[in-house]
Design a protein around this ligand. Structure first.
Ligand code: NDP
Length: 401
């Protein structure tokens, strides 16, 4: 019997719970646990009322590995899906190792007091997971996640060598709020206020935050200003595809968004250093998170599409070729199906598709792996069936030279 324990009841947790419930031939029992039980109750109610499916809920503070061990021992799941925050990755991985249960997350580990991320701390579990006979699938959301399956698919079917990779992430949706982030505000703002970084000729090159921008044209959306930022999947992709001469990541931000961000930064609201307020330690970014709209609740008025894909240049049969593989996802359709918006949808659907790959035996190999290390074919076939169809364009102007 396939029993999953989902940890984290935010926007992504909601999509994962819904999609597991809709695939009851594969997910026989679903347990959703999170720090705030009321958020689990809300998701349970949604799934029960809309889809007449039952999920078990519980409370866990996953900052502490022992708590995760206890809840795993209580329910004995065959797989743990971590869609809490990147700060909990190591404590949950540790608990899975102790109890012998396979693991997945959608964002790589980040220490709370140091907003810098890379896979080293999680890759360090590889030998131990292998010996224990369990699997960890790291970063299986859309980006990271599906973008890596896109690259693996391109390398397998369309290129002899891939040389240039640009991952492009556009949110062309509008939610009607002056300022909101599309996933956890703390994690999101930490990500985009850091220095940009990209790989070129084996070196990691650093830029100032949002220093480099380009106008890129997104299918069925049009031109959007896109900014070079660092994204974790670049670290594993350059390792697993050593033919890459350059790998970059671009994300769109509106001028309105960036103006708000600049003001918030200038007045210290994005800081993670505690300040004393009426005798209490208050972390400005944590306080900001409390007053910003909750990403999980942006859905009802969200219109428009996301468009995320990979633009690749390389060699096939001695000739240069360009290739673009992408998915466009509608915020409105995502809301209709799961009660939340397309960013959470693309992440959650990718995660559930990855777990289906595990249960079907395609991605079930002991050790700690990034998505591009598995066969992309069954994954991408299933992803389209689960609600994220993808498209390919060949020999076009990639706009990223
Ligand atoms: P939310 O903030 O909406 O939800 C996070 C959930 O985790 C909340 O329910 C929160 O509980 C819970 N949580 C936080 N800390 C703990 C803890 N110590 N123990 C148990 N539960 C905890 O985030 P999202 O749903 O937007 O994002 C979830 C994850 O998905 C993040 O890691 C994010 O980085 C990742 N992500 C990945 C993407 C991809 O494409 N790869 C894209 C978007 C997101 P509480 O409400 O009590 O704080």
């Amino acid at each position: 019997m396939n029993k999953v324990l989902i940890i984290g009841a935010g926007g992504v947790g909601q999509v994962v719970a819904v999609k597991c419930a809709l695939n009851s031939d594969i997910f026989h029992e679903i347990i959703l646990a999170s720090r705030t039980i009321e958020k689990c109750e809300k998701i349970k109610k949604y799934v029960e009322e809309k889809y007449k499916k039952d999920i078990i809920i519980d409370k866990v503070d996953a900052d502490y590995s022992d708590n995760v061990v206890k809840i795993i021992e209580k329910y004995k799941p065959s797989f743990v899906i971590n869609v809490a925050l990147p700060y909990q990755d190591l404590s949950i991985m540790e608990a899975c190792l102790k109890t012998g249960v396979s693991y997945m997350d959608t964002a790589n580990y980040e220490p709370y007091d140091n907003p810098s991320y890379n896979y080293e701390a999680q890759w360090a579990f590889h030998e131990k997971y292998k010996e224990r006979g369990i699997t960890a699938i790291l970063g299986c959301g859309f980006d990271p996640g599906t973008t890596q399956a896109f690259v693996a698919y391109a390398a397998k079917h369309h290129f002899d060598e891939i040389h240039y990779l640009d991952i492009v992430d556009c949110n062309a949706g509008t939610h009607g709020k002056p300022f909101a982030t599309n996933f956890n505000p703390e994690v999101n703002l930490r990500e985009i206020t850091q220095n940009g970084k990209y790989y070129e000729n084996g070196k990691l090159i650093e830029t100032k935050p949002l220093e480099i921008s380009r106008i890129l044209t997104y299918p069925e959306i049009g031109p959007r200003k896109s900014y070079l930022i660092f994204h974790e999947e670049l670290d594993s992709l350059v390792k697993n595809f050593p033919s890459l001469k350059r790998a970059r990541f671009w994300m769109t931000f509106s001028d309105e968004y960036l103006t708000h961000l600049r003001v918030l930064q200038n007045i210290g609201m994005t800081s993670i250093k505690p300040v004393k307020y009426k005798g209490f330690d208050v972390v400005p970014l944590e306080f900001l998170k409390e007053i910003l709209p909750r990403p999980a609740e942006l859905g009802p008025n969200y219109k428009g599409f996301t468009s995320i894909g990979c633009r690749i240049r390389g060699i096939k049969d001695g000739k240069e070729r360009t290739y673009y593989i992408y998915n466009n996802c509608s915020h409105e359709a995502a809301y209709q199906e799961t009660g939340t918006q397309a960013i959470a949808y693309t992440t959650g659907v990718s995660a559930v598709t990855g777990v289906i790959m595990f249960f079907k035996g395609y991605w079930n190999k002991p050790g700690v792996w990034n998505v591009e290390q598995f066969d992309p074919d069954p994954y991408l076939e299933e992803l389209a069936k689960q609600g994220l169809p993808w498209h390919e364009l060949f020999d076009i102007d990639l706009e990223v030279d």
